[in-house]
Write a protein that binds this ligand. Sequence first.
Ligand SMILES: Nc1ncnc2c1ncn2[C@@H]1O[C@H](COP(=O)(O)OP(=O)(O)OP(=O)(O)O)[C@@H](O)[C@H]1O
Length: 258
Amino acid sequence: MLKITNLVKRYGSGEPVLKDLDLTIEGESVTSIIGSSGAGKSTLLRCINRLVEPTSGSINLNGTELTELRGRQLRAARRKIGMVFQGFNLVDRLTVMENVQSGRLGYISTWAAITRRYPKEDIRRAFELMERVGIAHYADTRADALSGGERQRVGVVRALMQQPEILLADEPTASLDPKTSEQIMGLLRDLAGELKLPVMINIHNVTEAKQYTDRIVGMRYGRIIFDDVPDKLDQEAMDRIYSGSPAADRADEWKAAS
Ligand SMILES: Nc1ncnc2c1ncn2[C@@H]1O[C@H](COP(=O)(O)OP(=O)(O)OP(=O)(O)O)[C@@H](O)[C@H]1O
């Protein structure tokens, strides 16, 4: 279970971009995070894997308080958090297998990684996952020879090679055409069920969020203002999430405080 409590993130001395945020993610559900640009969706995801340092609050993953970890403990905890990126973040000149095995870095010795002597079990697991997502025949192909959808499948397998306890996806389909985008969303939904893995997806495409995820969390200016099943995301809720601008919210808060 991921339990976020009173999470605050402030970049420098500016206004907080996450304001006392509470969120619990359980089970093998797929949760989408929606909201206008600047609402704080990426910051939230990046606080969870500590790519961004939270200002205060608690982020607890299956009993481990992530905000308190440093050094080796932090690296170990990060392995439990799979991340899928909008731009795939593959190493173009490496093969699909090499990219996929980079998900095992931190588990295997540096020497084994440099010499590409992957443990047999890691190779077996890689092929199993690559078969599952339909890219096993590309194992020895350079990553830059693949299409966007195929590259994102590599990104998904690399994240799963970490044997994560949660999978975070930051706009995983934003660089893909509509059909491929739906395939990747379907894949993430199916894998969540098959691997009993909670998945959190930042996404701008509300239609896909409604179709492929179990729960929608709507953010507006650093706060969660909607959290329910997709059917409950009606026009009124959409207006609350997307109307106006962060600047208008700031002005409202200022008025309320004065
Ligand atoms: N490294 C940073 N330094 C300073 N401010 C930042 C930094 N990263 C993000 N911000 C600010 O934090 C706010 C939230 O940004 P964030 O990227 O989390 O929003 P988002 O909802 O993911 O937006 P988008 O949908 O456009 O990706 C924005 O005002 C942004 O300018």
